[in-house]
Write a protein that binds this ligand. Structure first.
Ligand code: G3P
Length: 214
């Protein structure tokens, strides 16, 4: 399973890159707004740092506007993945961009039928939001299992990108189901390292090492 970090904060991306386990980055308008910076500046810095896929989201909602925005974003670098909403216009733009060989990520997916539409439109990635489904007492990870099964049934190439991840259990379940990608907030990525027995064991090894004669 590939790990993307779900952030527009440059420092978080730098830290995750330094760990050597980062495959890509996803952003959205809310994450960009949280930085308090201009989108153009944030986008340039991310694209200068990250060679793997970087999802940048369209904010125009009409077909022509979204297509023009998607084409402009794609021209920013070979690693750009154009993020599109799961609307009628978003799916139509997905088809148009996919036909041109441009990578796309269809976002705000909350049902398996929506994921089917994205795959038929040639999306590179589908982003089902597990945390937001859990928030309304639905089972976000059950949706991932359904989409993975449906895509396998028909041999769709669209990659399942688990989004709206809130905790390490989401990551574990995504990997067990066989999702292609998990996009993880920096804090959750950091949590994946933790185990009390690792810390305790390491402390003991270092104490014992200090007793070894030079
Ligand atoms: O990038 C989309 C997604 O990961 C948003 O997550 O926590 O705002 O539901 P969240």
């Amino acid at each position: 399973m590939k790990f993307f970090v779900d952030t527009a904060h440059i420092e978080e991306i730098k830290k995750a890159l330094a760990w050597g386990i980062l495959d890509g980055v996803t952003t959205n308008p809310s994450l960009v707004a949280k930085t308090g910076r201009r989108f153009d500046d944030v986008k340039r810095e991310i694209l200068d740092l990250v060679k793997g896929p970087v999802s940048l989201e369209c904010t125009k909602m009409d077909f022509d506007g979204m297509l023009a925005q998607g084409l402009a974003l794609a021209a920013e670098g070979p690693q750009v993945v154009v993020k599109l909403p799961l609307t009628r216009e978003g799916i139509a733009v997905c088809k148009a961009l996919s036909d041109k060989g441009i990578k796309t990520n269809v976002t705000l997916c909350f049902s398996a039928n929506q994921a089917l539409l994205a795959a038929k439109a040639g999306a590179t990635y589908i982003s089902p939001f597990v945390g937001r489904l859990d928030d309304i007492s639905e089972d976000g990870m059950a949706l991932i299992a359904d989409i993975v099964q449906i895509y396998r049934n028909y041999g769709f190439k669209t990659q399942v990108l688990v989004a709206s991840v809130r905790n390490p259990v989401h990551v574990l379940k995504a990997a067990k189901i066989g999702a292609d990608v998990c996009t993880v907030p920096f804090g959750v990525l950091d949590q994946l390292f933790n185990h009390p027995l690792t810390d305790r064991g390491n402390e003991q090894f270092l104490k014992d090492w200090a007793k070894v004669p030079e």
